[in-house]
Design a protein around this ligand. Sequence first.
Ligand code: ACO
Length: 329
Amino acid sequence: MNNLRPVGIIGTGKYVPEKILTNSDLEKMVDTNDEWIVSRTGIKERHIAAPDQATSDLAYEAALKALESAGMTGSDLDLIIVATITPDSSFPSTACILQDKLGAKGAAAFDLSAACSGFVYGLATATSFIQSGMYNNALVIGADCLSRITDYTDRNTCVLFGDGAGAVVVGEVPEGRGFKAFDLGAEGAGGSLLQIEGGGSRLPASAETVENKKHYIYMNGREVFKFAVRVMGTATVEVLRKAGMDRTDVDLFVPHQANVRIIQSAMQRLELPEEKVVVNVDKYANTSAASIPLALVEAAEEGRMKAGDTVLMVGFGGGLTWGASVLVW
Ligand code: ACO
């Protein structure tokens, strides 16, 4: 990526819905307890969208803040990518809904489906478009309303998920800054470990699919856990190698917020101290595509990065997929 024009993040914004669902609230809904959830996952609470809020509404709030922080309006954008597995509907895309609401007249807009890795996939896509000279300013959003696809009678999954959105404006940055490398990948053979079976062209919605709970997230937690620990390690090593760096160059590590134990295993592998790692899974739980941008934007708001710092983002998710990036802030 060295001879291409430098592309990085020039604006950030985040949004989580007001309503908070705590572990003690969940104790009243399923056979679980705060001690189990905190010790196995690190999660204490999660935010849940209001009945009249869809993914595009969360994304819109985050996008407005990102545009404001970039000193732009919708009309400055020429590309909008929304990474999500919970679009408002199958089509039009959530990105097109946003394009209209933001007044981004004429901007290209599409959704990207890579589950929890979606935001990093989106960053890589936007960066490629801008480096090639095809576009100048892109809005990349990770947004999900996992509460809409969660079975709140299944204790194996309902304690894990929350709703939110994180947005960034991607554009040209000064020489030496910006994205240095990406490592994206997939293991489609593991797709059935984490999926929603119903509602697509294979198994269209019917009374039977609803009765058999085919519109909710199914997850083989133990297998996904093993995959996560493995690829968080391999993807970080690979992306640092591509960037010509090593673990000692990392100033801030921004991992997907699914489970604090998965984050700790990556920290150990990279030998990173706590102060270099962003953890907010306790407050937001796993928000899928929103997880990494929520962590990144929160870290930026807290002043945890300064110009020139090396930020390593890495995520994994349904697909199965993974995505990692090295960014000089
Ligand atoms: N409360 C109490 N007990 C529970 C709960 C709960 N909420 N959930 C499960 N248990 C029980 C299980 O039933 C099991 O009991 P059993 O031994 O009698 O069968 C026991 O706890 C242990 O279950 P495990 O699955 O072994 O627990 P584990 O320590 O593996 O933790 C977890 C489970 C948290 C799901 C973990 O496997 C995990 O984090 N996996 C990865 C999930 C993930 O990261 N998904 C990301 C992608 S999401 C996306 O892309 C949308």
